[in-house]
Design a protein around this ligand. Sequence first.
Ligand code: HEC
Length: 127
Amino acid sequence: MASAAIRLLLVLTPLVLWVFSLGPQDGIAVASERLVGRDIFLQNCAACHVNGVAQAPRIGNRAEWEPRLAAGRQSLLSSVLRGKGGMPPKGGNASISDAQATAALDYIVGRVLELENEVEAAKRPGP
Ligand code: HEC
């Protein structure tokens, strides 16, 4: 019981830190930009980040994202904007804005944390 609570805390802490790392305006825009981030991800990032093309960390795969999340949002964002290793700047689509690339990044990270929460919730005993 206690260990379940500790595990939940371990899962929720990065999520809370992530939300606080967003500016106050971003916080307000999160709900409406969520769909946008998903669309931008599907159009510009999914080709590599679903199946792990060129060793890209796969969406929803916590083990592959955790070491990268530790670098922080600014560092990840600068990788997306400038490119890194096998990833060209903005995933190769120079026509998306910095804000759109940021929304796609937040969608990816949000999915990692969300899926983890769903797994934890499924493990909890029902009412
Ligand atoms: C052509 C394939 C490709 C596309 C398209 C692509 N990525 Fe990547 N991405 C990669 C690869 C490969 C890596 C691993 C790079 C490395 O660590 O050397 C990566 C790494 C990342 C990282 C981690 C960066 C870091 O500092 O560790 C983020 C965040 C990311 N991608 C976000 C995105 C977003 C957002 C998009 C869409 C706008 C996108 N990627 C499109 C291939 C791609």
